[in-house]
Design a protein around this ligand. Sequence first.
Ligand SMILES: NC(=O)c1ccc[n+]([C@@H]2O[C@H](COP(=O)([O-])OP(=O)(O)OC[C@H]3O[C@@H](n4cnc5c(N)ncnc54)[C@H](OP(=O)(O)O)[C@@H]3O)[C@@H](O)[C@H]2O)c1
Length: 267
Amino acid sequence: MDNTPTADTSIPTASPALLAGKVAFITGAGRGIGAAAARLFAREGARVMLAARTEDQLESVTQDIRAAGGTADHVVCDLADADSVRAAVDRTVSRYGRLDIAFNNGATGIPPGPMDQVREADLDRIYEVNFKGTWLAMAAEVAAIRATAGTGAIVNNSSVGSHRGNPELPAYGAMKRAVNSLTESAAVTYGPEGIRVNAIAPGTTLTEMMRGWDDVNPGIIERINAGTPLRRAADPGEIAQAAAWLLSDRSSYVTGAVLKVDGGLGA
Ligand SMILES: NC(=O)c1ccc[n+]([C@@H]2O[C@H](COP(=O)([O-])OP(=O)(O)OC[C@H]3O[C@@H](n4cnc5c(N)ncnc54)[C@H](OP(=O)(O)O)[C@@H]3O)[C@@H](O)[C@H]2O)c1
């Protein structure tokens, strides 16, 4: 009997791009994980709208994406300003005609320190940007997806620091845990209409935010790496890959998940 495999011409030789045909809105897209996500989503076929406060950073990432053949635009947006968040989502729809997917990644850090020494103004700030800003964006995104694409997916950027005690960044950890709760609630609410909502929980990732923490607490990256099973920090692109998968149709039966992308740190 001849077992030589014969070519099956019905099987495509290359997979289609992960996010082909989708319109994506990404907050915090001027640098770090958000910029890596914007680049990756565009490479994977999405038309992307980048949002953050610093226009020159947004402009630079947008131009890079266009130079590589992708479709990108940007909008200045402050997550602490409700009108600005709604306007940014509206701008995505007016620019591209629809919204399919959103990555709520933008967030701020505050100085590390024990719970009793968190300044009230910093607590308010982190509530306003990291939690309320995410809620504002999600509400606007659900409305935009419903009104245009009909079904879609949202990913929120949480943190490995949301799962357990977070003694050095207690307010940051608390707001990220609140984001996890909002993610799960939204997944239950919008699942029946085909809008999936998940979160990723990154571990140590080499961005300005993490380097800023290392500046005030020298050696923190190395110390965390020593306790991380993969023994290293992530490149922002590795975190973006997880968000891209959760936003793609290849994760079509995943909703309400908080996916650890942490080199095993939280295991
Ligand atoms: N790096 C890590 O180790 C790590 C670990 C776990 C989770 N995360 C999460 O990953 C996400 C991205 O962080 P990153 O490390 O990439 O930080 P990053 O390099 O500091 O980037 C943060 C992004 O968020 C934007 N942003 C901050 N405040 C904003 C506001 N009020 N309105 C709109 N945009 C705002 C920033 O732009 P503008 O300042 O120009 O507005 C920037 O584009 C965050 O949710 C963070 O909590 C990071």
